[in-house]
Design a protein around this ligand. Structure first.
Ligand SMILES: Cc1cc2nc3c(=O)[nH]c(=O)nc-3n(C[C@H](O)[C@H](O)[C@H](O)COP(=O)(O)OP(=O)(O)OC[C@H]3O[C@@H](n4cnc5c(N)ncnc54)[C@H](O)[C@@H]3O)c2cc1C
Length: 397
């Protein structure tokens, strides 16, 4: 693993950093720092800026309209986006597109990829169901063939940005008689405006509603919207999940939160037993300094794990078991960082509405609560540990 970037890459980093500083709208950064929701209009504004610059879809190859970045350049883009708290790329761009490139027909590539590149169509992921989360292959949403269409009935849940999306890539059961439940699943692309779809945003503990329940009642999806072959959905889903686990967590995004904790610790006065503020600030306490330093080292480790994966890919190897290691360690590091912020806040951590409190006091409790979801989305930590135990370490089930 070589941790050094070439001089050209460092020059590129400076250019990206300057652009991000100037072009990531504040509304987006504010939403991103509380990690609650980034409304579509703000995301689209950011994506269109990237498009104008020629940097939209940083991981796409040139043949599909991507900028053709080298792997180190892709990493730099992700690092610099995390550093300013920019929103993630749309799920269509980072998840559906690589699958469409790998399994799609020429017509499907022509239909779906250009609107992603132009930030005209947003996508959501329809995997989870009320009785199929960790055990995804238990999904029950049924698709029967009727003429030129599939007819879908069932329910999806926890659909991020479902209420703001134009398209959903989803898994459906197309053969309920298959010997193994994984064998009867297909991967479809569904227009969210199709008749029979009803979308119910879920109100979250963070006070926002950025995911939904999606009910499907005799929804007709043209057969041409099948990705890959009939009943090949599980293979595509597994391949896509590797992208999801590698792509979601950036050490720089975690560092952004730690940085705000550090600034807080430098300015917030320590309160004495009687409730009076002393002349000392939190950072004067050696145990607090140690906790911040320890968190910083853990974030370095998150970055190093990411670099190890990048090195594998530079050698032409697919993302390895590191995907699960990164997912567990990064999400839990993020939670530890947020817990530290809450501890430093003390009683102020109970603040929920903005009654003249500082931005930090206002954001941190919501961020801490939202951070609990990081070890659930994209496969829970328990499931990642199962994968590591069984697949990587070869331990018995
Ligand atoms: C912020 C967020 C965004 C999401 N976005 C989407 C989205 O856009 N699209 C989508 O389809 N889904 C989405 N999800 C859903 C997510 O994929 C599921 O929540 C996740 O897969 C877990 O499934 P579940 O909630 O049904 O929990 P369950 O599978 O019911 O698990 C409950 C608990 O049991 C544990 N458990 C289950 N099985 C095992 C086992 N074999 N061994 C050990 N422990 C086990 C789990 O770790 C967990 O602690 C999102 C979730 C979150 C939190």
């Amino acid at each position: 693993m070589d941790l050094h970037y070439s001089p050209e890459d460092e020059k590129f980093r400076l250019e990206v950093r300057e652009w991000m500083e100037q072009n990531v709208p504040n509304e987006v950064r504010d939403s991103a720092s509380s990690r609650t929701t980034v409304a579509r209009k703000f995301r689209v504004k950011f994506y269109q800026g990237l498009r104008e610059k020629g940097w939209m879809c940083p991981k796409w190859p040139v043949e599909y309209g991507g900028p053709g970045f080298s792997l180190p350049q892709q990493v730099i883009m992700m690092e610099e986006m995390g550093r300013v708290g920019a929103p993630n790329m749309d799920l269509g761009v980072i998840m559906a597109a690589p699958m469409i490139m790998a399994y799609g027909t020429p017509e499907q590539k022509q239909r779906y990829l250009p609107p992603m590149l132009e930030a005209e169509e947003m996508w959501c992921q329809g995997y989870s169901e009320p009785n199929a989360g960790s055990d995804l292959a238990a999904l029950a949403t049924n698709a029967t063939i009727d003429g030129d269409d599939f007819v879908l009935n069932g329910q999806k849940i926890w659909t991020s940005n479902g209420h703001e999306s134009d398209w959903m890539f989803l898994l459906v059961r197309t053969d309920s008689t298959a010997k193994k439940k994984q064998e009867g699943i297909s991967f479809l692309l569904m227009d969210m405006k199709s008749p029979g779809i009803s979308i119910h945003p879920i109100h979250q503990i963070t006070d926002s509603s950025n995911f939904s329940e999606v009910f499907l009642n005799n929804v007709r999806v043209p057969r041409r919207n099948l990705l890959g072959n009939l009943n090949q959905g599980w293979e595509i889903a597994k391949r896509l999940l590797t992208h999801e686990r590698v792509g979601v967590y950036s050490g720089d995004l975690i560092r952004r939160s730690l940085e705000s904790i550090l600034q807080y610790a430098k300015s917030e006065r320590i309160t004495a037993a009687g409730g009076c503020a002393t002349s000392k600030v939190l950072i004067d306490d050696p145990s607090i300094r140690q906790r911040i330093a320890q968190a910083s080292m853990q974030i370095d480790a998150v970055c190093a794990l990411g670099y190890r994966n990048t090195t594998r890919m530079l050698r032409g190897e697919p993302p390895g078991p590191e995907s699960s290691v990164i997912k567990v360690f990064a999400s839990e590091t993020y939670q530890r960082v947020c817990d530290l912020g809450i501890e430093l806040q003390g009683p102020k951590a109970q603040v929920w509405a903005d009654h003249g409190f500082s931005e930090f006091d206002f954001n941190m409790p919501k961020l801490m609560i939202y951070s609990r979801s990081f070890s659930i989305s994209g496969g829970t930590s328990e499931i990642q540990r199962n994968i590591l135990a069984e697949v990587v370490l070869g331990m018995p089930r």
